[in-house]
Design a protein around this ligand. Structure first.
Ligand SMILES: [Zn+2]
Ligand SMILES: [Zn+2]
Length: 331
């Protein structure tokens, strides 16, 4: 029953001799129903799309996957149109279909947060070549960046090579995006496809493209965003407990704010720094004519200040004002 039918039913049931009091009660009920519906619509993105911490006129999205990625991309030396391509693909890896603020729109399939490929794209394990999270707030800080170690004793171990070394999922994703290797191994065998004509036609996302970089950055930074849950609960999905695995607690509250009290902030800062390095690797390998605009210390300062803003709108405003102050690019 939709809301209109519900209201009509209320009207149908209204006795002809309804007195003023009953009418008032029903009016209150209708108002409460409407308020509840509005509250539910407003809250829904946080329930069903965990990483979307803000809703603007371009829809519910993550300030990390869109606004922060975009500013880091222009800091890396990409033109704004390229930065949009990268950041929109990054966000669409989560939401499937996304349009950026310059109107660039993409649909991505086979990377959904639900279904067989969810652990591969959103809960990938990392190798030791990436940055390690150092966090004095967690009881057992990781000794390595190698997140396969968390699953060494479970039936969810990373695959191993012939020498017995772990093969984290991000190895394949990295080699695909940076070097164009045919190295994706999603569980259901379906590699990502994308559409830029509203879903009329889809093509396979090729490695060494800006769209592949968006997907790679998504998986890499999600590997940090979900690391605490992997460490504590040996889990590659979300559940209500412990706190590290609770999408609302972790993604909305603990990943941002005061880094000395919020357990997730160090993961956010490390994820941002890892994304910066990954973008620069991609640039150096695939666009050697582009020079970075920011130094790494400028990027890390920005990421650190940004992650410590508790309010999603503040983070967005900070990233957007910096983004707007960039002009020109080399390419
Ligand atoms: Zn994700
Ligand atoms: Zn999540």
């Amino acid at each position: 029953m939709n809301e209109k039918q519900f209201s009509e039913k209320l009207v149908d049931q209204k006795p002809k001799q309804a007195n003023r009091l009953i009418f008032k009660q029903k009016k209150v009920l209708i108002v409460l129903t409407l308020l509840f519906a509005v509250a539910l619509i407003g809250y829904a993105p946080r329930i069903f799309s965990h990483a979307e911490d803000i809703v603007t006129d371009i829809g519910a999205h993550s300030t990390f996957h869109y606004e922060l990625t975009r500013i880091l991309a222009v800091g890396t030396g990409f033109c704004k149109s390229d930065a949009e391509t990268i950041a929109v693909a990054n966000e669409a890896t989560d939401v499937g279909s996304f349009t950026g603020e310059n109107g660039y729109s993409v649909q991505i399939r086979h990377t959904s947060r639900v279904g067989n490929n969810s652990p591969y794209w959103h809960f990938a394990r990392r190798g030791a070549e990436y940055l390690r999270v150092s966090n004095s707030l967690v009881t057992t800080p990781p000794t390595s960046a190698e997140t396969c170690d968390y699953f060494a004793a479970t039936n969810m171990q990373c695959p191993k090579d012939s020498n017995g070394q772990w093969i984290p999922e991000l190895d394949g994703i990295t080699n695909w995006s940076l070097y164009g290797a045919n190295s994706l191994t999603p569980p259901n065998g379906r590699v990502p496809q994308f559409s830029t004509d509203g879903g009329a036609t889809f093509s396979t996302v090729q490695g060494r493209t800006l769209t592949s970089l968006g997907l790679y950055l998504h998986s890499l930074t999600d590997s940090y965003s979900h690391e605490a849950c992997m460490q504590v609960a040996k889990l590659r999905s979300h559940q209500n407990t412990p706190t590290e695995c609770n999408a609302n607690n972790w993604h909305i509250q603990l990943e941002y704010g005061n880094s000395s009290s919020e357990a997730g902030v160090q993961y956010t800062i490390t994820a941002g720094t890892a994304a910066w390095r990954a973008m620069n690797n991609f640039r150096a390998i695939n666009f050697p004519n582009i020079s970075p605009v920011w130094t790494e210390s400028q990027a890390v300062s920005f990421i650190t200040a940004w992650a410590q803003m508790n309010n999603a709108q503040d983070r967005r405003n900070y990233a957007v004002s910096q983004y707007n102050s960039f002009s020109g690019c080399i390419r």
